[in-house]
Design a protein around this ligand. Structure first.
Ligand code: NAD
Length: 243
């Protein structure tokens, strides 16, 4: 189906993993998709895909975010996917890492949402989908202090934006995955020193007995972008982990 024909979509962190899968899913649904990432090499693999254009964008850079949206013009859908996983408890995490986690996982979304909202409001509406996690206000996950604090903030940010702009046709929802296959997951598993054991541990906490795929998360992102009667919600998609 081409439900998103004529719609413009902006995706951050679209170079790999969930962002990439979601950009491709929106393009299949007929959208004009602007994919962005700091990794230009990763973006290059998306060049030539029907409906997709690529652009380097560092979501830590407010001026660059403003410029990107000025160049692209009004967007109908914003998918805020950029995020980073720090390991460590409250006693282990460095303040600098916590600051960085806030900047990349939360303030990036403040930047992009501020940039796109005026255009969405002018056009009578729009949809924002923010990447959170079950490791947040939903579930305490060991060894993920900075990550969980910031992903909980994403849920609060999502609800706040949804409440403030519901009257102007803006919907804002969050996605809360469990463990999903991605290049950074592979790196985290390798970094443990025992890839097979770490992978088995991740799988063992999944009642479905497997890790999720980026395509499964992409389907939810596309659904939420078009779900005209839902806003301010945090959608868990985790293979039954939290249940
Ligand atoms: P990933 O971590 O493998 O890739 C992240 C992408 O973000 C990379 O392409 C990277 O270049 C880009 N990026 C990093 N810093 C950036 C910046 N400053 N500006 C723009 N782009 C930047 O992908 P993933 O694992 O699919 O994760 C995507 C999102 O999903 C993240 O927010 C992550 O926290 C969240 N998430 C992932 C999982 C999982 O298990 N993979 C689970 C829950 C939530």
């Amino acid at each position: 189906s081409e439900n998103f024909k004529g719609k413009t979509v902006l995706v951050t962190a679209a170079g790999q993993g969930i962002g990439k899968a979601t950009a491709l899913a929106f393009a299949r649904a007929g959208a004009t998709v602007h994919t962005t990432d700091i990794n230009e090499q990763a973006l290059a693999a998306l060049e030539g895909e029907p409906g997709i254009s690529t652009r380097r964008l560092d979501v830590l850079d407010s001026a660059a975010v403003s410029q990107a949206v000025a160049d692209i013009g009004a967007v109908d859908v914003l998918f805020n996917c950029a995020g980073f996983v720090h390991s460590g408890s409250i006693l282990e995490i460095k303040d600098g890492d916590l600051d960085f986690a806030f900047d990349l996982n939360v303030r990036s979304m403040v930047r992009t949402i501020r940039a796109v909202l005026p255009g969405m409001i002018f056009n009578g509406g729009g949809a924002i989908v923010n990447m959170a996690s079950v490791a947040s206000s939903i579930k305490g996950v060991p060894n993920r202090f900075a990550y969980s604090v910031t992903k909980a903030a994403v849920i609060g940010l999502t609800k706040s934006v949804a409440a403030d702009y519901v009257g102007q046709g803006i919907r804002c929802n969050a996605i809360c995955p469990g463990t999903v296959e991605s290049p950074s997951l592979q790196e985290r598993l390798k970094a443990t020193g025992d890839y097979e054991a770490a992978r088995a541990a991740f799988i063992s906490r999944q009642p479905m007995g497997r890790i999720g795929t980026p395509e499964e998360i992409a389907d939810l992102a596309v659904y939420l972008a078009g779900a005209t009667y839902t806003t301010g919600q945090a959608y868990v998609i985790d293979g039954g982990w939290v249940n």
